[in-house]
Design a protein around this ligand. Structure first.
Ligand SMILES: *[C@@H]1O[C@H](CO)[C@@H](O)[C@H](O)[C@H]1NC(C)=O
Ligand SMILES: *[C@@H]1O[C@H](CO)[C@@H](O)[C@H](O)[C@H]1NC(C)=O
Ligand SMILES: *[C@@H]1O[C@H](CO)[C@@H](O)[C@H](O)[C@H]1NC(C)=O
Ligand SMILES: *[C@@H]1O[C@H](CO)[C@@H](O)[C@H](O)[C@H]1NC(C)=O
Ligand SMILES: *[C@@H]1O[C@H](CO)[C@@H](O)[C@H](O)[C@H]1NC(C)=O
Ligand SMILES: *[C@@H]1O[C@H](CO)[C@@H](O)[C@H](O)[C@H]1NC(C)=O
Length: 495
């Protein structure tokens, strides 16, 4: 278990990809004919501790693909349609039926580091229509491949703008106290311009402590203006009409879930010594914020599901307070062994791996029990592990893709297997979704585009290549085997 300080420097957020170009019509791609497109009325719904669709039990074989809307956007916005289609086909071929993607990103009056660029929302009420069309394309292409979406509407962390940007807008563009983040232009740089590497910014030099940043971002919980603008965005996106297929977003079963935000944190919780858990604080502003926001989403999108995006690292009390509202359909969990100080990517020993596996098993067990207590399913929507980066230690970059994955693969088997076992044995788990698909991207060939983006599986505030899943990785076969295993189990246990 990480101590509070380890925790606070660690919060991970997520990841990402590249770019492409958007023809505003479907049917271009010949490769998805054998996938089952999502029918107009096939909404996923909750039945006790399970999800169901028209065919019966619905288990999520998911991946995080947060930059989908940017990859799918026009080349002038840094999009890359051919990469998008290649990667969607790759994921579909592995049986992936769910992508967790961003349906929000915020810009600022002046260029800001460490975040997705260009943003969907340049300023309150002012959208970049070309990025919105990218989101239209994502949903259309996903639907054709039988993939459903978690649409993430906000972010605790800086990599999409997120809460901090709403607070900044609402307070006369007050500067955001960014925590340590990856600076692509910092030394060391490679000989050829715009190919990396970069380094983290340093606390006390050009980075703030994590707690200072989260306090700033969490002012969204009681800043009326910031909340209003966030709700305005929720209204705009839930009621949008897809320019590719004409579906209203809130009438499209491709959208399985609207998610309040990526990893909202407690407003002013206190960590228990030597533990991930927080002391119970019934006054935490996070709770009424979840209640208000989820009720608002329900009023805008009554046919679809709602989740919070909580990591569920804060312990049982926070877990139950956040997820027990009637407008929250299922619980979420994120498991981050390195960021939480349980695992060290430079430790090659079996002991290190075992500690990570044991932690994951305990975390899945606890969260499954807590979810069952409140009668709701739970989705493990983020987890990851670095490659064997002890092999990269003396190389030019610590996150080279050439490193093997002798820890990551058994770790993935363990955590994915633990969730499947819960599902098969009456626990509350209904799927898993690793962080995050980097597909055909690699650090070795990385190129920073005109807009400052590399679109790796790791998002712009983190070292590219840390948690990427590449198309050729064994982890993708583990994901594929999960899907086959569950499909066979469901077929056998139907009656
Ligand atoms: C788009 O992705 C393809 C791979 O599918 C790559 O070859 C090409 O260079 C990318 N284009 C741009 C503009 O990044
Ligand atoms: C990133 O690094 C460059 C080169 O050291 C520096 O000029 C720039 O200020 C840094 N950016 C941030 C946001 O820290
Ligand atoms: C990044 O900076 C740290 C010090 O903050 C340094 O120890 C490390 O070597 C740097 N990374 C690289 C790849 O140079
Ligand atoms: C918002 O909440 C914070 C943290 O609890 C508190 O310090 C602040 O006074 C509150 N602001 C308002 C306007 O209620
Ligand atoms: C959850 O909500 C239900 C119904 O509103 C209530 O009966 C139950 O006590 C709540 N559980 C917790 C742990 O708050
Ligand atoms: C599983 O989690 C529950 C709830 O936290 C706990 O009571 C139980 O002891 C755990 N079981 C194991 C085998 O760790």
């Amino acid at each position: 278990m990480g101590r509070p300080t380890i925790l606070l420097i660690a919060l991970i957020a997520s990841v990402h990809l590249t770019i492409a170009h958007p023809p505003l019509r479907g049917g271009k791609n010949k490769h998805h004919d054998h996938y089952n497109p999502i029918a107009n009325d096939d909404f996923v719904y909750v039945d006790g501790l399970r999800l169901k669709d028209k065919t019966g039990l619905h288990y999520i074989t998911g991946l995080n693909y947060w930059a989908c809307m940017n990859l799918a956007s026009d080349p002038s916005q840094g999009g890359n349609y051919s990469r998008l289609i290649t990667e969607l086909d790759q994921m579909a071929a592995k049986g992936v039926n769910h992508l967790r993607i961003m349906a929000a990103s915020e810009g600022a009056p002046t260029p800001q580091p460490f975040r997705m660029n260009p943003a969907l929302l340049d300023a309150p009420g002012k959208y970049n229509e070309k990025i919105f069309q990218g989101l239209d394309i994502c949903l259309d292409e996903m639907g054709k491949r039988g993939m459903r979406a978690t649409m993430t509407l906000g972010n605790e962390w800086q990599w999409s703008g997120g809460f901090a940007q709403f607070v900044s807008w609402a307070t006369n563009d007050q500067p955001i106290p960014y925590p340590s983040s990856w600076n692509l232009t910092a030394p060391p740089q490679r000989a050829s311009p715009r190919t990396g590497w970069g380094n983290y910014t340093v606390e006390g030099v050009n980075a703030a402590p994590y707690g200072e940043f989260t306090s700033f971002a969490n002012r969204i919980y009681n800043n009326t203006q910031a909340e209003q603008w966030y709700k305005d965005h929720i209204k705009t996106v839930t009621t949008r009409k897809n320019t590719v297929n004409g579906r209203l977003y809130n009438e499209d079963p491709t959208v399985m879930t609207w998610q309040l935000a990526n990893e909202p944190q407690a407003s002013d919780g206190f960590y228990v010594e030597d533990s991930l858990a927080l002391l119970p604080n019934a006054q935490d502003l996070l709770f009424p914020w979840v209640e208000r926001t989820s009720a608002y989403i329900r009023s805008m999108a009554p046919k679809q599901l709602i989740s919070v995006g909580l990591e569920s690292k804060q312990g049982e009390y926070y877990f139950k307070q956040v997820h027990n509202f009637s407008t929250v359909d299922y619980a979420t969990a994120h498991c981050w062994v390195q960021n939480w100080g349980v695992y060290d990517m430079y430790d090659s020993t079996e002991t290190g791996l075992k500690a990570a596996q044991d932690f994951a098993i305990g975390f899945i067990n606890d969260t499954s029990h807590w979810a069952k207590d409140i009668g709701k399913p739970i989705f493990l929507e983020e987890f990851g592990m670095a490659r064997d980066n002890w092999l990269n230690r003396d190389k030019e970059y610590p996150y080279l893709s050439s490193a093997s994955t002798t820890h990551k693969d058994p770790y993935f088997e363990t955590i994915i297997g633990a969730a499947m076992n819960e599902f098969k044995n009456g626990g509350a788990y209904i799927g898993t979704s690793p962080w995050a698909y980097g597909g055909i991207w690699r650090p070795e060939t990385e190129y920073v585009n005109e807009l400052g983006m590399v679109w790796a599986g790791d998002p712009p505030h983190e070292s590219p290549g840390w948690y990427d899943l590449y198309d050729t990785d064994e982890a993708m076969n583990i994901v594929a085997r999960q899907q086959k295993d569950i499909a066979a189990w469901i077929a056998k246990n139907k009656h």
